[in-house]
Every structure is written in structure tokens, then in C-alpha cells.
Design a protein around this ligand. Sequence first.
Ligand code: GLN
Length: 457
Amino acid sequence: MADKLNQLTLKQAVEGLKEKKFSSAELHQSIIKRINEVEGKIFSFVEIVDKENPKQIEKEGILKGAFFAVKDVLSTKDIRSTASSKILANYVPVYEATVVKKLTDHGAEIIGKTNCDAFAFGASTENSGFGPTKNPWNTTKVPGGSSGGSAAAVAADECLFSLGTDTGGSIRQPASFCSVTGLKPTFGACSRFGLLAMASSFDCPGPIGKTVEDCEIVFDIIKGKDEKDATSVFYPKKKQVKKNLVIGLPKEFFGGGVENEVKNLVSQAAKILEKEGHRLVEISLPNTSLAISVYYILVPSEISSNMARYDGIRFGSNRESFENEVKRRIMLGTYTLESGYFDQYYLKAAKVRNLVKADYLNAFEKVDLILGPVSPTPPFGIGELINNPLKMYLSDVLTVGANLAGIPGLSIPCGFTHDNLPVGLQLLSPHFSEEILFDIGRQFQQITDWHKRKPKL
Ligand code: GLN
């Protein structure tokens, strides 16, 4: 068993350790061995902590022995946090992001920092200043982004779970591309303190795990009010979830532009849930086609003001070393906030954001949750979209809506294409109703085994 410990789920690992089936040093050793085996092929990590010595964990807590990976946009005290940008190559924070601290306070151990698109701007991890992460299922493909390293590390069993961040899909889309489970929490459910800000009214840290159950364990620890983040809230008490739910399938999520194989696998997944006693109804989210335009006005606007801190004096070194996509976003945002264009772009987009949000809220009057694909395509090739930013942006069409509305979303493995590329199912529910996603997601993983498959690396 000892050399397969890295394949355990978080729940299995924590329980096994408690029952003394193995030691934390054995678990650590097995994870490090795996990292050494596969990192050369996939490059999930920009920094690995304590690579050499097997770790016997002394600290107690319900997550004792839970070795986890952290997206590099989350600050880790005394561990380099670069946001995968060259400009922060030597930045070592003096404090810890709240979501990381909550986990380590419960006994979890940071195994390393994962690669991402620089400052989380992207959908493929190719915008990293340190080179792209590769998809463990097919190393010629992207792992998705921006939390590509976090998803790849879980898929390749280089950690028990990881943290990512989702501003426009960056947890859900890489989870889908790497066939792992990812939760984008409700905006405000998890503290943003210590997160290197991208777009402050969108950013959500959240878990990526091997199962829905594991994501729930992590979410229950990281959620809740943090006095250091004014937008965080006290998470309401979990409600009892109804046995038979009404699931809305938005016709806009199954339209042109979404590849047939993706549509088919996601429709099959919906039918599996129907057999379990849930009711499927077609719904409409009429403003879906506007979501991308609104997102790519509001997010760069917020980015351009957040990036002002990397002025080479307080943070960052030479601004020349900003990656191309970082420069592009700053320029886009500066343009949309310029006084002459403010009303025309930013203000208008802020109004249309409310229309998109209203679409979701209206839908939740009729249905308990929404189901659709995460991404219109399976993982694309490395280099395929990198020189076509517009096409890259369009790949976010099915994920940005949840961020504009602030609602939670879960991405779960739901099959593979004919050439063995993962496809993910997206479930969306009303604000602060993550329990619905976990309930139905758990049910799905009890009857399917997509999440148990392992990539051959
Ligand atoms: N792909 C989206 C973007 O480039 C989402 C990024 C994110 O969620 N961090 O903005």
C-alpha cells in the first residue's frame, strides 16, 4: 500500500492516518516520490516545500496529514508567492492568506505552490511567466486555467487536494480539463485576504479535489467571515436539501459553439440524475451572449486598478517583465476606465451585469439548480489559442455568468471524448446554497466512476 498512498482521497488519507494505517512521513514520502516522477512531464508546481525530508507531522487537527497544494496567487508566509509572474519572482509574503491559514490551523500541510496564468489572467496556464503546465491526460494539451497547476497536481496525485481561485472560471474549467472536482464558492463565502487581487468583485478562492466529498471537507473549513476581508460574510447554517430536485438546462448552454461530444456527455449526465428522481426542465438565460463582453470590460477595469500596486517601489521589480497578457489587461482596463469612455463601457457593462445576474435569479424561481457544460470544448492544444486572445476569451463563455452573478458552481468529471480527453459537468445553484451542489454532486459520484480514473503518466 505504501507506494500508492498519494492516490488516496483527502478523506481516505485523513482517516487512514487517524487509524494509524500509515504514518504522515510515509504519506509525505509517497507524494514526493510521485512529484519527482511526473513534474518533468507536467510542471504543476513553481515551488515545492521540503522536497527532501519525509515529514512526520506533529501538529494535530482534523486535517492532520492533509498535504495540499496552493495556487501561487495565494500568499503563503515565508514561502515564495510569485503569482506565476516574473515581476514577483522573488516575493516572499510576510503573512498567510486566510484560506491557507484556516487549513494549516486544522493540521493540513502545504506541499507546494502551483503554476497558473500570471496573476490568474488566462484560461490555459500558458500565460505563466515560468512556462506552461501540461495536461496529465495528454501532455500536448493545456490543463486549463488559470488554476491549471492546481488541477493538474490533483489529477496526477501529486497532492491530496489543492486551492485555486475562480474569477471567471479558473477553478471550474481546469477541473473539467483535468477530470477532477472543483468548487467556485459563492462570492464572499471564502475570504480574499492574502489573495493577490485580480478583480475584487469577482475573485473567489476555492478547493479542487479528487471527489465532491473532499471539496466539501475543505470548503467547510475555509468558508466564513474574516474581519480582514470586508466582503466576506458569516456563512448561513446548512439547509436540508430536498430529495427530488428540479434541474434547469439552459438552452444557451447547449447551443452552437458547444462541441457535440461535450453536449452529448453532459446530456447523458443529466439523464443519469433524472433516473435518480430529479426532474429536468429546459430554461433560458437570455443574456448569456452578453456575459463575455461584460466580463471582459469589468474585469480588466478592476485589474487595471489592482495592478497599480506593482509599481516597482512597494511591490514588483521591473515592469518591463510583465507578461504580455498582463500588459494587455492593464491596457484594456485603462481604456475602459478613461473618463471619455467610462459611461460608454464600464458603466454600461456594470448595468448589463445586473441583467445577467437577474437571468440566474429568475431561473432559480423555477429550478433548484442549473446544469450544463463547463467549457464549450475539451482541452485544447498547447499553442492553439495563445495567439488569438479573442478566441481564448470566448472559451470562458459558460463560466463567467456565475462570477457576474456571484453564485456558486461545481465542476465534476462526466466522461471522456473519443480521443480520451476529459469533459466536465457544471452545476450552479443560488447564493449560499453550496449544500445543493455537494448533495447532487456526491450522488452523481456514487453512481459514476469518471472521477476514479487515473491518467497514465
Ligand atoms: N479565463 C478567465 C480570464 O482570463 C478567467 C480567469 C480566472 O478565473 N482567474 O479572465
